[in-house]
Write a new protein. Sequence first.
Length: 358
Amino acid sequence: MQKTILIFPATTIEAQRFASLRRRAGWRVVGAASVPPDGARAVYDEWLSIPFVHDDGFAAALSEAIATFNVQAIYSSHEVVSEHLRRALPTLAPDVALETKQSHDGDLVLDRLLAEAYAAYVELVAHTDARLKISADIHRAVLGRAVEMRGESGLKKLSAIMAVMADCPKGDIIEIGTFAGRSAFVLGWSARRYGVGPTLCIDPWNTQDALQADTSSVLQDVTRSLDFEAVRQEFLANLVPIFFETLNYRQERADIVSGEYGPEYTVGPTEFGTTCFAGKVAFLHVDGNHDHAAATLDLAAWAPKVAHRGIVVVDDYEWSFGTGPKRAADELLQRGGEFETIGLVDGALFLRRVGDAR
């Protein structure tokens, strides 16, 4: 039997986003509001108008709606309404569950994961100047925002990026493979926080360059199904409100951008404005195509540009779908002792340059 949830008030952005998720999960979603629906009506299976919570007729109207639509749960993102419902429902409709943004089980899980990630961060910065360490509140604010963006980077890896950025030389931050911007957000925020330098996100955002031949057909099918222009737009929506001139992007292959990159390299104007780069890499995050040949090409193009004591992070060094990044990173480590291993975090290999950039 299909479950029904009533969303009230149903006109807010949070309500409409929640409604879309529940409809995709197979629920019948009934929208209710005390004001005209305007464009919100299209999001819901059913719609009704009910009085404001402070009106005399609210309780009777809500009871009628619950009975008419056989409602099992009510969602409210409005603080006043949700608090009123929390008090009223045990008497009015004791079998109906109340869901609010604050009461999602996922938030409790996130609290625990963020606490674990901060503990890992504290351990990593144990010998760092105390003035450079960030508080638990700042850590939570940044990573809480990051996980709202699509991506695969885990909280401990993102925490490690924040930690090592505090002990990074001045220069440019280069990310190869940005997708929707989760790790780019943390890189850009950390680099700005510590005054390291601007961030350049490099991603072709197309199927041809993203498709990986050395992995399973399942992953290949997923890659083919992606709308990469929509992902690029998602990246812009995530980061344009946060960065201007301190972060920018190139929609191009990383090896091509490497051939253009150098002192006073300039990108723009774009949605992020115009950014001038130093031409010296302080932090390199490699998370592009994971085929061995592609990962090797990315490292060959960019690792020589990393400054002394600069950081290289090879994502998915440990990866369920293949060994391309691992083989490419191992080959880099075997060449002349230019890099030393810092550690492995959430499957990502962190390296530091001990030799000079070429």
